[in-house]
Design a protein around this ligand. Structure first.
Ligand SMILES: N[C@@H](CCC(=O)N[C@@H](CS)C(=O)NCC(=O)O)C(=O)O
Length: 229
C-alpha cells in the first residue's frame, strides 16, 4: 500500500494563499497530498473556522497519529520552518539582501498578505477575469470597471518594489517567504492586460521565480495556466 504523506493541504491550487504554502512545501522537499477544494466548500468548512483556504493537516507529531489542523498561512509557514529549517526561506541581513533586520522579510510577507491580496486580486484580477468570462462587457467597459482598482494595484506594486533588493529575488540571491507570498498574486496578474503596469524590476523578478522547480511544480490548476476554481 502507498504510504500516506505526513501532510495534507486543504485548498485548490487556484488559491494564492494555498500556493504560497505548496511553494514552501515543494521548496523544502516535504511530501504532501493536496485536496483541491474551493473556499466555503463543505471540506473548507470542516477544516477552517471561516471556511477559508488553506489548512495544513499534520498527521503525526512525535510519531503519534494526531491529524492536527493548522490554519492561517503565516502560522503554517512558522510550522514548516520549524520542522524543515533548511533550505532556509529567511533573509540574511547584509549588503546583498539590502536589509539590516531579518524581520523586514516578515514585514514584506504581511504587506503581501494583508494589502497585496486585496489590492491585486479583489479589485483587479477577480473582477477582470469574471467580466472576461461573462463576455458581456467590451474591453473599454472592463477597463473602466477596474480603473480604480488599478490605481490601488500600482500603489501596492510600488511599495513592494521599494522594499526589494535591486536585483535577484525579493531580498537578493536566495528566495524567501516574501517571494512565495508575492509570486502567486503576480502570476495571476500576468494573465490579464493590467500586467502592463508592472515595472521592469518586477518583470525580471518574475522571470527569476519562474525558473524555480517549486514554481513549476505548483502551476497546474492556477489562473496562470488558464484554470478556474
Ligand atoms: N488569513 C488567511 C487568508 C487566506 C485567504 O484569504 N484565502 C482565500 C483564498 S486564496 C479564501 O479562502 N477566501 C475566502 C473566500 O473566498 O470566501 C491566511 O493567511 O491563510
Amino acid at each position: 500500500m502507498p504510504v500516506q504523506p505526513l501532510y495534507t493541504i486543504i485548498g485548490t491550487p487556484f488559491s494564492t494563499f494555498t500556493r504560497t504554502i505548496t511553494l514552501g512545501l515543494q521548496y523544502k522537499g516535504l511530501e504532501y497530498e493536496q485536496l483541491a477544494t474551493p473556499p466555503q466548500s463543505q471540506l473548507a468548512q470542516e477544516n477552517h473556522p471561516f471556511a477559508y483556504l488553506p489548512t495544513l493537516i499534520i498527521h503525526e507529531v512525535d510519531g503519534k497519529r494526531v491529524d492536527v489542523k493548522l490554519r492561517e498561512s503565516q502560522a503554517i509557514v512558522r510550522y514548516i520552518d520549524r520542522i524543515a529549517p533548511e533550505p532556509s526561506l529567511h533573509v540574511r541581513p547584509g549588503s546583498e539582501s539590502g536589509v539590516l533586520l531579518e524581520e523586514k522579510m516578515w514585514e514584506f510577507v504581511s504587506l503581501a498578505a494583508c494589502f497585496g491580496f486585496p489590492m491585486i486580486e479583489a479589485t483587479v484580477v477577480k473582477p477582470r477575469v469574471a467580466a472576461m468570462d461573462e463576455g458581456k462587457l467590451t474591453e473599454d467597459e472592463i477597463r473602466e470597471k477596474v480603473k480604480d482598482g488599478v490605481i490601488e494595484l500600482k500603489r501596492y506594486l510600488s511599495v513592494a518594489e521599494s522594499l526589494m533588493a535591486p536585483e535577484g529575488f525579493a531580498f537578493g540571491p536566495n528566495p524567501t517567504w516574501a517571494d512565495f507570498f508575492l509570486y502567486p498574486l503576480l502570476a495571476d496578474l500576468r494573465t490579464i492586460p493590467e500586467w502592463e503596469v508592472v515595472s521592469p524590476r518586477l518583470v525580471t523578478w518574475m522571470a527569476k521565480m519562474d525558473g524555480l522547480p517549486a514554481v513549476q511544480a505548483t502551476a497546474a490548476g492556477t489562473l496562470s495556466v488558464g484554470a478556474r476554481p
